[in-house]
Design a protein around this ligand. Structure first.
Ligand code: HEM
Length: 184
């Protein structure tokens, strides 16, 4: 895809206000993230399973739930370690996660509430474990960055597919989209 994941990461970090202090806070709690990751994964997939549409997707493939439990744990911990200090490796990993969801047909209507559920659950745990409010804030911000990647993947893939199929220019496509709002 054409998206420069590292540049996108930098842009969204600024928009969200994800700071060096947030990174230091998250890194300082990396061990705690390991302790709670499995429980957070359980909450997450229980939440997804309550929705009939999402439950069907989760059960569509043998062993998918188990695999997802593992990938969630890894994803969760990466928010705290930052992988390569939240640079290229982190950005490309998040972009890849976005693409996987687009490929399966999981759109914004699924992902936005799901991320809200993560933010809410981990926020409750921050309070229950007596962790600082700054940790809850840092986590909310990094979750929003990760969410932006998944959402942007949806837009980029849809636009690229239309451009490829039709041969339209990006400018024409954008004009048609803008005008299309009036037809809804
Ligand atoms: C907070 C939002 C979400 C996060 C952070 C998340 C995280 C992940 C991660 C890390 C992967 C692995 C990607 C890879 O293989 O490289 C994944 C795959 C997947 N996710 Fe999500 N996910 C989210 C929302 C959802 C939702 C709403 C659904 C709806 C059912 C879903 C279903 C799936 C499925 C089916 C896969 C592919 C599993 C497979 O390999 O068969 N995810 N997700």
């Amino acid at each position: 895809m054409a998206l420069d994941a590292t540049a996108f990461m930098t842009k969204i970090e600024q928009r969200v206000g994800f700071t060096e202090a947030d990174k230091t806070m998250l890194k300082s709690q990396a061990k705690w993230s390991q302790e709670i990751a499995s429980e957070m994964a359980d909450h997450f997939y229980t939440y997804l399973g309550r929705d009939a549409e999402m439950a069907t997707i989760l059960k569509a493939k043998e062993g998918r739930m188990h695999h997802l439990h593992q990938t969630f744990i890894q994803w969760f911990q990466e928010m705290f370690t930052g992988m390569d200090d939240w640079r290229t490796a982190y950005a490309e990993r998040r972009w890849r996660i976005g693409l996987v969801h687009v490929q399966i047909g999981i759109g914004p209507q699924h992902v936005v509430p799901a991320m809200a559920a993560v933010v809410q659950e981990v926020g409750k745990r921050v309070i229950a474990d007596g962790k600082p409010e700054e940790l809850r804030e840092a986590l909310s911000r990094i979750c929003m960055i990760d969410l932006a990647f998944i959402e942007q993947a949806y837009v980029e893939v849809s636009a690229a597919a239309v451009l490829k199929e039709t041969g339209w220019t990006e400018g024409l496509f954008k004009r048609l989209v803008t005008r299309g709002v009036g037809t809804l």
